[in-house]
Write a protein that binds this ligand. Structure first.
Ligand code: NAD
Ligand code: UGA
Length: 464
């Protein structure tokens, strides 16, 4: 069996960075080089100010960096030296052309694959780490075989990543499972065993699952679709709770006690965000449509539609409660990241909610403990494609929750940051006009305590 001595990871993002840093930490005998075309990102990985915020990541990087973990923009050198190459590049939803709005844009993956073919002078195990449509390994193989140098052979594996942001390091240290898909040929199975051996340095063998390539690729889309479907289910029920006087936390608790359902991932919210759930479900919808399975496509599309409904419903509730107009009113948004413990804002519900408030011509103050001001402006201008001028006078970004809430007619909790629980709510109340509203989009605050202070509290999924 091939003994892996050098690993290259193409893509130093939210997945490539933490995943391969943990591999380096747990496998001191393997040299791991993480490469990216983005010089700024690589410089940050080589500095004290890492490009992503993730609890525990600093410690992992500090221990391994310079020992057997390296960050570089020299993609070709890292490819040439490696026995095994993770491809961990972004696979966003296509914005134009065939499948626009649904299919995955595989241009980054294909460019990286082509580069591997052009540079490699020795056999390589090429691992899809990115989330990809089912049978992507086929097109990678075609690209590799059409462009490789004489005598160079490739094995392709699928090894999707299941970490969640905010808990990436603990997820990587103790994964529920590691999934490796390979062709069931002699060489495919040998490559699979070589990668399994890497993980076996810290993951119990029974948690390393080996399956066929297509099952592995599809399992990743299926896992995300089913996780997101739980949230849309509970969010759909939260609307019923609001209309009936039931309480969604109580309903979710009662339902989740059934061991066949399970308690996790049943927290009602302003809607799910993050770079993957929506993208991967739309990808599955596209796959189903391409396979002439319209009923299947419709079923999964409804999960995304319910999420849009939830974000919109919450925004409308704020406007309706504030006597049907928020024009000129000051609204504080607490939390900009798509969940706590990350600085990532991709597809964050806060963005949709803020845009809704902007359409209503409110004055908005925003606070998030980990998202930079620069990022918030980028999000509000659709990555700089929309003009900043019309919105700038309506938005203030603050450095503390207290500052953001000062004089606000409504405080809207969008992200469940722990610090929001322990704010000096009395002081905040004293600085707000009356009536003072709190909209808890995460069901995280002590409702009774806030009501005792004098706040009017509106919570997702409760009728009163
Ligand atoms: P990201 O955008 O944070 O990182 C991708 C990186 O790849 C970028 O830094 C980009 O510059 C680099 N890149 C693109 N093309 C390149 C090339 N040809 N050569 C070198 N570098 C290149 O993306 P991410 O969040 O890390 O996601 C990567 C993949 O992992 C996606 O397919 C995603 O669906 C999947 N995934 C993400 C998560 C998550 O929590 N973010 C979890 C599981 C799976
Ligand atoms: C998710 C999956 O959990 C990971 O397993 C997967 O690897 C990853 O997507 C991916 O492929 O990118 P992530 O998006 O980082 O991870 O974070 P989650 O914890 O899943 O949260 C996603 C969104 O759902 C957040 O906005 C979160 O606030 C929301 N959520 C989550 C709820 O509203 N309720 C819940 O009960 C759980």
């Amino acid at each position: 069996m091939t003994q892996i001595k050098k690993i290259c990871c193409i893509g130093a993002g939210y997945v490539g960075g933490p995943t391969c840093a943990v591999i380096a930490l747990k496998c001191p005998h393997i040299q791991v080089t993480i490469v990216d075309l983005n010089q700024k990102r690589i410089d940050a990985w080589n500095s004290d100010e890492l490009p992503i915020y993730e609890p525990g990541l600093d410690e992992v990087v500090k221990e391994a960096r310079g020992r057997n973990l390296f960050f570089s923009t020299d993609v070709d050198k890292a490819i040439a030296e490696a026995d095994l190459i993770f491809v961990s590049v972004n696979t966003p939803t296509k914005k134009s052309g065939i499948g626009a709005g649904f299919a995955a844009d595989l241009k980054f993956l294909q460019l990286a694959t082509r580069r591997i073919a052009e540079v490699a002078t020795s056999p390589k195990i090429v691992v899809e780490k990115s989330t990809v449509p089912c049978r992507t390994a086929d097109s990678m193989r075609t690209i590799l075989e059409a462009n490789h140098r004489p005598g160079v052979t490739f094995d392709i594996l699928s090894n999707p990543e299941f970490l969640a942001e905010g808990t990436a390091i603990s997820d990587l240290f103790a994964p529920d499972r590691v999934l490796i898909g390979s062709l069931q040929t002699k060489s495919g199975l040998a490559a699979c065993a070589a990668l399994a051996e890497v993980y076996a340095n810290w993951v119990p063998k029974e948690r390393i699952l080996t399956v066929g390539l297509w099952s592995s690729e599809l399992s990743k889309l299926a896992a995300n679709a089913m996780l997101a479907q739980r949230i849309s289910s509970v969010n759909a029920l939260s609307a019923v709770c609001e209309a009936t006087g039931a309480n969604i936390d109580e309903v979710a608790y009662a339902v989740g006690k059934d061991t066949r359902v399970g308690a996790k991932f049943l927290k009602a919210s302003v809607g799910f965000g993050g770079s993957c759930f929506q993208k991967d479900i739309l990808n599955l919808v596209y796959l189903a449509e391409s396979l002439h399975l319209p009923e299947v496509a419709r079923y999964w599309r409804a999960v995304v539609e319910m999420n849009e409904y939830q974000k919109d419903r919450f925004s409308r509730k704020v406007v309706e409660t504030l006597f049907n107009t928020i024009t000129g009113k000051k609204i504080a948004i607490l939390g900009w990241a798509f969940k706590k413990d990350t600085g990532d804002t991709r597809e964050s519900p806060s963005i949709s909610i803020a845009n809704h408030f902007l359409e209503e011509k409110a004055r908005i103050t925003i606070y998030d403990p980990k998202v930079t001001e620069e990022q918030i402006w980028l999000d509000l201008t659709d990555e700089g494609t929309k003009s900043l001028e019309p919105i700038k006078p309506h938005i203030t970004i603050q450095k503390s929750a207290e500052e953001a809430c000062k004089d606000a007619e409504a405080i809207v909790i969008c992200t469940e940051w722990d610090e929001f629980k322990t704010l000096d709510w009395q002081k905040i109340y004293d600085n707000c006009p009356r009536p003072a509203f709190v909209f808890d989009g995460r069901l995280m605050l002590d409702r009774a305590a806030l009501q005792k202070i004098g706040f009017k509290v509106i919570t997702i999924g409760t009728g009163d």
